[in-house]
Design a binder for this molecule. Structure first.
Ligand code: PLP
Length: 370
């Protein structure tokens, strides 16, 4: 007899994110100090909200073209021409967040048995989506300073390697990949005919040096960016991807049969977002980063994060889950390293919260460690 609730085998390849488990715990706590959430505490800029409202009221509520509205794609193309010197004839696909772009990319590009190199610690979605597509995530260790050693990437490449995913500034470590490393990786990828996915969702949060993009060094880069972090538009679901035309064409076809298009009103608002000055928000986050380093640096082994809004200190005694359990019992929500890594020696804090809450939370973490 058929089990009416039978779940497809592929779902056995993924499991509930450890972050969700922390969110569920948080829902049961009264007024926790939440240093677990990967979204800004500032709000969407007013002109962006106004544009979305105007779009709704003027009836811009229908499907757009699958690849996204022309006005937004033209604006993205202008931005890329300025940044990379690219000609105007590249394809741009507007997606439902960078998550949408990642889903489309993995399903479009990864065959069962293909290996995809990722850098450990990594953003959780990468390993799950690679597995969902039937691929095998190959994690290259970047402990303890989370700087990428290109030779280790070269050593991880086999005949089955399909692509490499890089993410700078990185979640969960806040690490930045300097231009010299990107250039070395480009050489390796070119030699081995590898595609590189560059997830640049945190590019605006780069505090100590100018941001360097993989796309400046390697033509076969699938470049992904979004508005969730830079403009606090996490719930609006918009991002975009550009890259080699034959790949973009197939990803667009898959979007047609899945997401259909990114939300129309959000696409209209994203055009406005592109010209918003977010430097005050970024400056405030740089100050929070400094506060985190100063306070946690006293009690933890912490590699100074150069970007994003995370820090990834070592847990006392090298046991992250025990430390996180204790922190949660003291009302501070943080995430154990094993959510993002083969190791469980570090923990992630997100400093995307108010200065007051952040200070309170950091003091408790230092108190536990002392
Ligand atoms: N990539 C990284 C590295 C992230 O940290 C996140 C969200 O936390 C995403 C992608 C997904 O972002 P979006 O909201 O654009 O889907």
């Amino acid at each position: 007899m058929r089990d009416i609730y039978q779940i497809a085998d592929r779902m056995g390849l993924i499991d509930a994110s450890g972050i969700r488990k922390v969110f569920d715990l948080a829902a049961k706590m009264t007024d926790p100090i939440n240093l677990s959430i990967g979204q800004p505490d500032f709000d969407v800029p007013n002109p962006v909200k106004a544009r979305a409202i105007e779009a709704i009221q003027s009836g811009f509520n229908k499907y757009t073209q699958t690849q996204g509205m022309a006005e937004l794609r033209d604006a993205l193309a202008r931005q890329c021409t300025q940044e990379f010197g690219w000609s105007g004839d590249r394809d741009y696909l507007v997606t439902s967040g960078v998550s949408g772009a990642l889903v489309l990319a993995m399903l479009t590009l990864v065959n069962p048995g293909d290996e995809v190199v990722i850098l450990d610690p990594y953003f959780v979605m990468y390993s799950h989506l690679i597995r969902l597509a039937g691929g095998i995530p190959i994690a290259v260790d970047t402990y303890d300073d989370f700087q990428v050693n290109p030779q280790r990437i070269a050593d991880a490449i086999t005949d089955k390697t399909r692509m490499l995913i890089v993410n700078s500034p990185a979640n969960p470590t806040g690490a930045i990949m300097p231009a010299s490393v990107l250039s070395d990786i480009a050489d390796i990828a070119a030699k081995r005919d590898l595609l590189v996915v560059s997830d640049e969702i945190y590019l605006d949060f780069c505090y100590d040096e100018p941001f360097a993009s993989m796309a400046s060094y390697y033509g076969n880069t699938l470049l992904m960016r979004g508005f969730s972090k830079s403009h606090a538009m996490t719930g609006w679901r918009i991002g975009w991807v550009t890259g080699p035309k034959p790949i973009l064409e197939k990803m667009t076809m898959l979007q047609q049969y899945s997401f259909v298009c990114a939300p129309s009103i959000v696409q209209a608002a994203a055009i406005e977002a592109l010209s918003c000055d977010m430097s005050a928000q970024v400056a405030a986050y740089k100050k929070k980063r400094d506060m985190v380093c100063e306070t946690l640096g006293k009690a933890f082994d912490l590699s100074r994060p150069g970007g994003a809004f995370y820090a990834f200190p070592a847990a006392p005694g090298g046991d992250a889950t025990s430390f996180v359990t204790e922190a949660i019992s003291r009302g501070v929500l943080i995430i154990p390293g094993n959510v993002f890594s083969a190791r469980d020696t570090h923990f992630r804090i997100s400093y995307a919260t108010t200065d007051e809450k952040l200070k309170e939370g950091l003091d408790i973490l230092v108190d536990i460690a002392s």
